[in-house]
Every structure is written in structure tokens, then in C-alpha cells.
Design a protein around this ligand. Structure first.
Ligand code: ZN
Length: 423
């Protein structure tokens, strides 16, 4: 069973230590997937996800269909305008259609009619999702996606409104999302037999934005395995849990222990659950990386999953100092070589912007903020992230983590997410 999703969307400043984990990675973004006027030709493919029982089961003709559509186009995705790539012909349409899959799985909307590359996946849509259709052919249906052209397999489009969208939503409500080995940077992961879980919001007003909530630490055996700090094999540029100059770091560190003996991983998990509930209530979908004391996903796997299945990645941590110094985010170090390394180069401003928004949200709820609100840190998470991605340190070993405090922190984080996405 596996699921994926993808989308991409936006930054800034400084340094410190702390037990961090991050590990983002991902790949090409479709940030600006579209281009110009007239006809932006982009193709999209999607494939239904499966959430069935069997290993990797997919619903309805996924492999075959994908193969067929390979013929489609040489569209250059990635923020460029389309050049001379060929695009399939579409019969013009202008009507509302609905996503429909035989098994209730979700379907991809792509920026190009090319199923061979995961980086053109704009998002995943669940059955019942209403879309404005602008064109169709046997294989692909062109739809309006956030003002741009997106492409979805015609096989999963219906003109009839579903009667039971609610039921579909419920079915989809805890879909596992596993690491797909074909995703960019997936091969750098060493621990990836576990899976994250996708939760769909049932709020009256859904935002169609997925937040990846990553409860820091909590991978048994994670500290005895090492992964590359950077996808290009270069050494870390700052210290931290792993020293500067190291080429590899522990796949997932065990985290610190609060002064009362409670492991950090337990508190990050409690925080994640509080945050999840608030996000769902606010209309966001939530991708939960970890929901128990152990998830077999290293920092690279967590990051790649977030890259492909969410719109932003927020890793929750508490720092290893004991001064109750306040919250801050781990910003992208201002080191030229680091900021020039992909995928950091294309995404660091988004990471910092997300961090700034979260700190502003926390501050607005009365949460104590450390210093300027950030500390520059070279993290595995940051080094592999292709969606806005941040490690937020919500306090340290001496900080209170009562339910009331977690509740306040959760409100602050949601406020920060709202600010970041302009909601
Ligand atoms: Zn931590």
C-alpha cells in the first residue's frame, strides 16, 4: 500500500545546536509549473493510490495506463515555460467533473502528461473532488488546478456528482503513505519499512493543503544507522547533533530527555497529535509521519515522503539545552556552498519563510521566543527538502509540556501555517 502526493509551493535566517533531525529531500518541484498564457500545456498524470491490503496494490489499471500515457509529451515541467514540447491534443470542454475511482483511492493531478516522472505531480485528489474541466482526450483530462492547467487520467473522471463523498472521505481518512523507491532522493534512505498516514479534513471549508507533521525522533535502531548528510555527498557546514565536516549522520537520533526523565520523542508525539487535530479542524489535511513510539522511517524517508505527499513539512522538536529559552526554528545556514546545493538552492527561502511564519504564529499566542527566533543549522531534513520544510524547536529540556502548553503551542503553529499560506 502506498500513497503519494505532491505539490509545491515558499523564507529566511541564523545558527545553533540542538538535537535535530531533519531530513528532507525531494525532488523537482513544480513550483511554477505553469507557464504562460494561451495554452499552457502541461500534462498530468495520476494514478490511483491504493490503500488496500495487498502489498502495493493499486486500483485499476495503473501500470498499464501510465505506460500508455508515456507517449504523451515531452513537456518540460519544472518551473519553465513550455517550450516546443509536444502536447496531446485536447477537445475543448468547460464543465464541472468529478474524480471517481473504483476503489476509493486518490488520483494524481500532474503538470504534464508524463507519468514517468514523479516530479510533475501537483497534488492528489480524492474521489468526489470537483474539478473544472477544460479539455479532454482518451487518456488525459485537462483541468483547472489553482489557475493552471493540470492533467488527470480520463479514466478517473466522471461527469456525475458522487452521492457519497462523505463516505469516500471517511474511507480515505487514514491512508498509509509509504516511501516510493522511485521518488527523488528515496535511495538515500536506509530505514523505510514504516509508513506515514494521511488524514483528510472533514471541516466545512477544506483548504486543499496538506501539512506534514513530523514528530521528531522515535525510530528504533535509528541511531545505529547512518545516512548521507547531503545528497551530493558534501560535508555538513554547521555543527549540531552531528559535527560540522561530517559526511554522514545518524539516520534518526534518539533525541534528548526532559529534565523530568521524559524522552523528547514522547513529547513530540503528543505535540503532533494536538497539532494534527487543530489542523484538521482548520480545514488542512494532515500527513502524520509518526503515531506511535516507533516508526521505521529515517529522516531521509520522512523528508522524501513529505516532499511527495504534502505542501509543507514541519518537524517538531525540543532542544537539548536546559534554560527554558523559548521556541525557535532551524534556519538555513548562510553558507554559499550550502545554499547553492540542490535542492537547498531552490527551496531555502521557502524553508526560512515557513520558519518565520511559525515563530510569528507562536509569538502571537504568547509563546516565549528564543533570541531572534531562529538558529542556523545544516540539517538532513533541510538538505533533502523540496517543499517548504522546517525543524521547529518548541522549547528545551527545562520547558513545560503540559497539555495546556501543548494546546497553546498548537494554536501558535496553526496560526503560523495560516500566515504562511495566506489563510
Ligand atoms: Zn529533537
Amino acid at each position: 500500500m502506498r500513497k503519494k502526493l505532491n505539490l509545491r509551493r515558499t523564507i529566511r535566517r541564523s545558527v545553533m545546536t540542538g538535537a535535530v533531525l531533519g531530513c528532507a529531500l525531494a525532488a523537482a518541484g513544480c513550483s511554477q509549473y505553469t507557464a504562460g498564457e494561451g495554452m499552457r500545456a502541461q500534462a498530468e498524470a495520476l494514478r490511483p493510490e491504493s490503500r488496500e491490503t495487498g502489498p502495493d496494490q493499486s486500483i485499476a489499471g495503473f501500470g498499464q495506463e501510465e505506460r500508455e500515457s508515456l507517449a504523451a509529451a515531452e513537456t518540460s515541467r519544472l518551473e519553465t515555460e513550455r517550450t516546443t514540447a509536444s502536447v496531446p491534443e485536447f477537445e475543448a470542454e468547460e464543465d464541472m467533473v468529478y474524480v471517481k475511482t473504483p476503489g476509493g483511492g486518490s488520483v494524481r493531478i500532474r503538470s504534464a502528461c508524463d507519468t514517468s516522472d514523479g516530479s510533475n505531480i501537483l497534488t492528489y485528489v480524492v474521489p468526489g473532488t470537483k474539478l473544472l474541466r477544460t479539455g479532454k482526450n482518451d487518456q488525459w483530462t485537462r483541468v483547472n488546478y489553482k489557475g493552471f492547467s493540470g492533467y488527470i487520467a480520463t479514466a478517473y473522471i466522471s461527469t456525475e456528482a458522487p452521492e457519497q463523498k462523505e463516505a469516500f472521505d471517511k474511507v480515505l481518512s487514514d491512508s498509509p503513505v509509504s516511501l516510493d523507491g522511485s521518488w527523488k532522493y528515496a535511495k538515500f534512505s536506509k530505514i523505510n519499512s514504516g509508513s506515514a498516514t494521511m488524514y483528510r479534513s472533514h471541516a466545512a471549508e477544506r483548504k486543499d493543503i496538506t501539512i506534514c507533521v513530523n514528530a521528531g525522533h522515535g525510530t528504533l535502531g535509528g541511531s545505529s544507522v547512518k545516512t548521507l548528510c547531503h545528497p551530493d555527498g558534501t560535508p555538513k557546514v554547521t555543527g549540531g547533533t552531528t559535527g560540522a565536516g561530517a559526511v554522514t549522520a545518524v539516520a534518526v537520533s534518539s533525541g534528548m530527555t526532559f529534565l523530568d526523565g521524559t524522552p523528547e520523542s514522547r513529547v513530540t508525539l503528543a505535540m503532533a497529535n494536538v497539532f494534527k487535530d487543530k489542523l484538521l479542524a482548520a480545514g488542512y489535511d494532515v500527513l502524520m509521519i509518526r503515531e506511535s513510539d516507533d516508526v521505521q522511517l529515517d529522516n531521509v524517508a520522512r523528508t522524501v515522503i513529505a516532499n511527495n505527499a504534502s505542501d509543507c513539512h514541519i518537524a517538531l522538536h525540543w532542544d537539548s539545552t536546559e534554560s527554558d529559552k523559548g521556541a525557535f526554528y532551524m534556519s538555513v545556514p548562510n553558507v554559499e556552498s550550502y545554499r547553492n546545493m540542490e535542492p537547498v538552492k531552490s527551496n531555502w527561502q521557502k524553508h526560512n519563510a515557513l520558519g518565520e511564519s511559525l515563530v510569528a504564529g507562536l509569538k502571537g499566542k504568547g509563546v516565549k521566543i528564543f533570541s531572534g527566533g531562529s538558529m542556523a543549522m545544516d540539517l538532513t531534513q533541510t538538505s533533502y527538502s523540496t517543499v517548504p520544510s522546517i525543524d521547529i524547536e518548541l522549547g528545551d529540556r527545562a520547558s513545560d509540556y503540559s497539555q495546556a502548553t501543548l494546546d497553546k503551542l498548537g494554536d501558535g503553529l496553526v496560526a503560523g501555517v495560516n500566515q504562511y499560506f495566506g489563510r
